[in-house]
Design a protein around this ligand. Structure first.
Ligand code: AMP
Length: 813
């Protein structure tokens, strides 16, 4: 935001020059006859110059840090014959704060100096005798400002200057809507490294899910969104707004049996668009925490699998392209009592209620014995056994075996999560007898004609991964990623492929890759998910080595931790958390992806067979999971620590080229990865905490999220870096530096790491042997002219790697 731009002021600038024969305004106009306010002074031949130019009062409009951009030309003293003795090549810029315009008559010595301004080296050139004047641009910032405004002053002490323009501005993070929360225009903080935490306000018709916040950086960028708002029930998100159809008001009961209730209803009075479907929520009276949702395109449904003689509450809402309307009032209906005669006994054969008491007891006992492991293995047949033995238990086991209208989708919820009641909130698709049923419980079927495939972006285990677009009825087309199942697949491959969708479809979190749906009714079979423009995180970081601020990296890590917290709350253990399995979008939001069933590790090129036969990505996996397959959220935390290391080292390979066996051995012996270069100490400490041998001592994901939040809120806590020399000495404990023999020459080593271009510089500066190279520090590299951060890292990491290999381990823990 400009506070002053001398180029756009049409009339008099009102600046004052003294002494009168010092700075003078040149009355020029541009091609539109608008005045150009250029001030010049050129008293290079005269001694003791002290020429001041004062601006008029500039309001800071509430900003506490302002920027001043000067455009000027400055004559090279060499180009002024005879002026060399007195000629200067700089001028000074000052400011004076005041709440009003009264401050103008203050004394020179009350001004505070901002800087001495010099031109760029190339500002003048003697080109075949012609003097070429170049326009210089210099920017300075001032802050913190404490008054309402200020004056600027330019002091010339004998240079030849033309001040072409002065622009004074401050930076702000412009008002945005993110995650349905509105963040106001926010003026950046006074400190150049300060991040301001700004709270968002939920937009109309939305409510807070987790308090929405973002951070406004000194550069005027919004960083690290946290929390979000959700459209209120009855509203759906569309183009950053929430709006919707009116509630269904008339509901009539139809046929009622012992186990089912049929209903019909009328379209809402004000549909506000074409009704796409209805959602019917029902639950047993006073049991609201366990409810079932049916989605139907018709205005009638039959809820079945109900308990005899019980009262059920129904609510219905309609969905248009604008989203869901509000739920109707509650309607109560009761199923027929168990012993009542009924013509409709199709759901539970009459034989069930007349089997002998002995059979019932036997079945109940078997059911009881099985209940502990019901949802880990074989829930399918256990639940059907219960259904036969005692119909009401069907409800407990979570999914209905009733015939279902293909137009309907049905899901059960417990405490807000899709569930198998009483067990855990994530449902292992293996618990379904028919995996196709699992897919359709958790994933929407999409018609292939709604998808446009554009290009291949990757290779998955089961086929190509493409980018494309999805156009759903009543919605705007949007980009998606499409995983395809290659032709000639086996039934098992199809099941495993769709297994990922059955898992992904159960999650709804901003840091978990979102499933749009599946195509199973035509070929090729496809999984359609949100598109992540920047692809997988490891590749992205490698490509952008050294390009992000620490806060941006921590923002990525915070997102991953938040997604993992959600998964662990759901009872889902990922087992293959690694930067390659995180996707990143154009806003640098990271999302956890790659969910699989038994094949979870089959498609990971990093996964290796262990002596016990399992396939495990050794470098990312906690020792107890490698040794005895104890995969838990705590082992995911270990992997998270490795992901932190990957992120902070821009995609470096954990444990470099050490063999898996050496990694296992070193970790078992208590060695841990050293800190990545330039890593804040607080982050490395968190990594070490994640790598505690005792899994109960590792932080939980919710703790990790709050630690990272605190660091983000207080960026100065990230300024303490792990000391480079302590890193090196850790590695060198009891051992000689990089040994002879690792590489035969410095040249060979630099070539091997593709840094051969520096060989000559190393040799010329005395680093001609590997022993000498071992002493190289980051400062040395800078001194040698290795200025690119990526190259510095490559060289330092390679040195470290050699040292680590020599000590046959890593940082002792
Ligand atoms: P996967 O089989 O899940 O490992 O996917 C293979 C590759 O496809 C990944 O490494 C990504 O580069 C790319 N990919 C997968 N899913 C997406 C997505 N949703 N958005 C963008 N790229 C993706």
């Amino acid at each position: 935001m400009n506070l002053l731009d001398s180029r756009t002021v049409m009339g008099d600038l009102g600046w004052i020059a003294y002494p009168k024969n010092g700075w003078e305004e040149i009355g020029e106009v541009d091609e539109n006859y608008a005045p150009i306010h250029t001030y010049q002074v050129c008293k290079v031949m005269e001694q003791n110059q002290n020429n001041w130019l004062l601006t008029s009062w500039i309001s800071n409009e509430g900003a506490s840090r302002i920027f001043i951009e000067l455009k000027f030309t400055l004559r090279d003293c060499n180009s002024l014959p005879g002026g060399l003795g007195t000629c200067k090549e700089t001028f000074n810029m000052y400011y004076f704060e005041s709440d009003d315009e009264d401050g103008r008559n203050i004394k020179e010595n009350q001004y505070i100096k901002i800087d001495t301004i010099a031109a760029d080296e190339s500002f003048t050139e003697l080109d075949l005798g012609d003097r070429v004047m170049k326009l210089n641009t210099e920017v300075r910032d001032v802050g913190p400002l404490t008054k309402k405004g200020f004056y600027l002053a330019f002091q010339d002490v004998g240079a030849c200057i033309a001040l072409v323009s002065v622009r004074v501005y401050y930076k702000k993070c412009p008002s945005v809507i993110r995650n349905l929360a509105r963040f106001p225009d926010t003026i950046t903080g006074a400190d150049s490294s300060q991040l301001l935490e700004v709270s968002g306000v939920c937009i109309n018709h939305s409510v807070t899910e987790e308090a929405p916040k973002m951070h406004c950086s000194a550069e005027g960028e919004w960083l690290v969104p946290i929390g979000k708002c959700l459209c209120k029930a009855g509203y759906e998100e569309k183009n950053n707004t929430c709006q919707a159809p009116s509630p269904v008001s008339t509901v009539k009961k139809g046929k009622i049996t012992k186990n089912s209730i049929s209903l019909s209803w009328q379209e809402p009075d004000r549909p506000n668009g074409i009704i796409l479907e209805y959602e019917i929520k029902y639950f047993e009276k006073d049991q609201e925490t366990s409810y079932t949702i049916i989605k139907s395109k018709e205005t009638t449904i039959t809820a079945d699998g109900l308990k005899p003689g019980s009262t059920y509450i129904f609510q219905i809402r309609a969905r248009t392209a604008a989203g869901y309307g509000g739920f109707s009032q509650r309607f109560e209906f009761e199923t027929s009592p168990l012993l009542a005669a009924s013509s409709d006994e199709s759901q539970i054969p009459i034989i069930v209620v007349s089997v002998t008491v002995g059979v019932i007891l036997l079945a109940v006992v078997i059911g009881f014995l099985l209940s502990g492991s019901c949802c880990d293995h074989g829930c399918g047949w256990a639940s059907s056994l219960r259904a036969v033995a005692y119909p009401s238990l069907t409800w407990r086991c979570g999914y209905s075996k009733a015939k279902q209208d293909p137009e309907e989708e049905k899901m059960h919820f417990h405490n807000g999560h899709i569930k198998l009641p009483g067990v855990r909130t994530y449902v292992d698709p293996h618990t379904y007898e028919d995996p196709n049923q699992a897919v359709h419980e958790f994933a929407k079927e999409i018609e292939a004609s709604c998808i446009t495939i554009e290009r291949v972006i990757g290779a998955g285990e089961f086929g190509e991964v493409c980018s494309g677009r999805l156009k759903l009825q009543g919605k705007r087309e949007f980009p998606v990623a499409i995983k395809t199942l290659k032709v000639g697949y086996t039934e098992k491959q199809r099941r495993d492929f769709l297994g990922e969708a059955s898992i992904m479809g159960q999650f709804d979190h901003p840091n978990i890759i979102h499933l749009e749906g599946v195509v199973t009714k035509s070929k090729p079979v496809m999984i359609v998910s949100e598109y992540m423009e920047n692809g997988s995180l490891d590749t992205f970081l490698k490509k952008n080595d050294g390009q992000f601020t620490v806060i941006q990296l921590v923002g990525m890590l915070r997102g991953i931790a938040s997604g993992m917290k959600y998964l662990s709350d759901m009872g889902y253990v990922h087992r293959d958390l690694a930067a390659r399995n995180i996707l990143i979008n154009s806003n640098l939001v990271c999302k956890v992806s790659d969910f699989g069933l038994s094949r979870v590790l089959e498609d990971d090129p990093e996964a290796a067979y262990t002596t016990r036969g399992g396939k495990i990505p050794i470098r990312w996996t906690a020792p107890e999971a490698i040794a005895f397959r104890k995969f838990t959220s705590a082992s995911d935390v270990w992997s998270y620590g490795i992901v932190m290391w990957e992120v902070m080292s821009y995609g470096e390979r954990p444990y470099w080229e050490m063999t898996n066996q050496d990694v296992i051995k070193a970790v078992e012996e208590g060695y841990r990865l050293p800190s990545p270069m330039d890593c804040p100490a607080a982050l490395y400490q968190l990594m070490l905490d994640c790598w505690q041998k005792d899994r109960n001592s590792r932080p939980k994901f919710d703790e990790i999220v709050s630690i990272l939040d605190k660091l983000i809120r207080n960026p100065s806590s990230l300024k303490t870096l792990v000391n480079a020399s302590s890193r090196a000495s850790n590695l060198l404990v009891e051992h000689s530096p990089v040994g002879t023999g690792a590489y035969r020459s410095v040249g060979e080593w630099l070539e091997a790491i593709k840094m051969g271009r520096y060989t000559e510089i190393f040799m010329e500066n005395g680093y001609s042997s590997m022993d000498a190279v071992a002493q190289v520090t980051l400062e040395d590299l800078r001194r040698l002219g290795v200025t690119l951060v990526g190259h510095q890292k490559k060289i330092m990491n390679s040195l470290q790697e050699m040292k680590v290999q020599l000590v046959n381990g890593m940082v002792p823990f």
